[in-house]
Design a protein. Sequence first.
Length: 446
Amino acid sequence: MEAPKPLAERLFRLSEHRTSVRTELLAGLTTFLTMCYIVIVNPLILSHTGMDFGAVFVATCISAAIGCFVMGLLANYPIALAPGMGLNAYFTYSVVLGMGVSWQVALAAVFVSGVIFILFSFFKIREMLVNALPMGLKMAIAAGIGLFLALIALKNAGLIVASETTFVKMGQLYIVGDNGVKSPNWTVWLVLLGLFVTVALDYFKVRGAMIIGIAAVTLLSLPLGLAKFEGIVAPPPSLAPTLMQMDFSGLLNGSLIAVVFVFFLVDLFDSTGTLVGVSHRAGLLENGKLPRLKKALFADSTAIVAGAALGTSSTTPYIESATGVAAGGRTGLTAVTVGVLMLACLWFSPLAKLVPAFATAPALLYIGVQMMRSATEINWDDLTEAAPAFLTMAFMPFTYSIADGIAMGFISYAAIKLLCARHREVPVMVWVVALCWLAKFWFLGA
């Protein structure tokens, strides 16, 4: 009688993927170190809306763990999930602060977008949307979000400030006291130092470069009085301030329907691109396609719905999962390991509160650098592709709105192709989306 296989083998088929428990655990730790900055950055960004920092911290950890567990146990992929950068910035700066929408209504919009994801995943509409979108627009959306994050980071750090004549200008590198004595503007200098350290660490392939950069800035802030140490370990903060606080009544107007659409659209391309890219690097694609794609998409959708109910913006697969794949991760045990480590973070909330808001700016700037790399995939020799891509990227930071950048991308792509007599190259789905955005601007304004 054949001996029963170990639990890990039955759940994750380790031998089939030519890996081991030790390799998968190390891969999970590697992925965690490269993405754990989110447990600090996400609460800091969402707290600008008035949401409770501690509750968002807990929601971030739990929603990430849920996404990782579903991805690992159901889809068996080494891909970790957590609240997405760019999506949390859109939630905070475009929807809540920009449109004056309450964070409760914004959470409801995230929840609805997650439900739509679940439905679209079952009926393969999500795959149809992704396949229909021109590559230039896909890459431009990613690059534009990178510029948007960079603008937010520079503003929060004081590296750029408002100007009546030029709209924005460079901030001061020093401060003049009442006695006329100059002193360094430590916030600005520390952010620059943090960015340089992060880039150098990543260049030398040091794991956890971003979290080390954040930690370095935070430690240097302590003697300068810019941060306050309140301990290391404490019971997890209460989730009550954000748990099930969604307000669906505020969704019943056209502007917020557009918000739901943007949450859906941004996460659509971000998550699908990450799933395919990381899986390709892991050698998990079959004939160019991702097996068990429906299960992977279901993990993403479930995490979005759970995250909104807990109190955080949209959860999405993380491109940092590629570091775990590079370390040998090939199965869902890698993702489950990340989920366990995310839950372990719950007892270290004092360390998260220690980090000053400006200390996350180096991480945002570095993520902006990484996302801008997508611009190299745009066909700049074809103006009918290059111009819409450029407008997409330019409108996001200059209008301070990811939504307006996406809208301009779709509208300009359809219009330019039409005027250049190349309208047959425009997929039907692009025409539909472009017309929807035009109708939104005409009837509801910007």
